[in-house]
Design a protein. Structure first.
Length: 131
């Protein structure tokens, strides 16, 4: 199975990085995304937290942490992570979209509308599809 093979390669790469005491977050970032995409947010959480520790200035790591936290129902952690991602890179379309969805789900229409407006502006500017 290709998914199992991909997961094994990510884990192997992370082990190599650990043995070399390198500070490289990309394999952890990719493994966390893999777990999230395969409906395994519980497994993604420690992996993406590790990536954030390795590279705290990575907006992408914070974005993924926000998505994982939201998938686990932890809206506060999700919001904090997504806001941190935007503080690092205010052009992350997906972070704006995710915040709009979270605020909407929490019954905060004013915040949801503000994030939706920012999302729409970025989407038009960059033309990126968002899932």
């Amino acid at each position: 199975n290709r998914s199992q093979e991909a997961e094994a390669r990510f884990l192997e790469t992370i082990q190599i990085i650990d043995r070399q005491k390198a500070h490289f977050d990309l394999p952890s970032q990719l493994l966390a995304s893999f777990y999230l995409e395969h409906g395994r947010p519980n497994e993604a959480l420690p992996v993406i937290r590790r990536a954030v520790e390795i590279s705290p200035a990575s907006a992408t790591d914070h974005l993924i942490l926000g998505k994982v936290a939201w998938a686990l129902g932890d809206a506060d952690t999700a919001i904090n992570a997504l806001e941190k991602a935007l503080a690092l890179d205010d052009g992350i379309v997906e972070a704006r979209y995710s915040l709009a969805q979270i605020y909407k789900a929490r019954g905060e229409p004013t915040k949801a509308a503000g994030e939706q407006k920012a999302f729409e502006a970025l989407k038009e500017l960059y033309g990126r599809p968002v899932h």
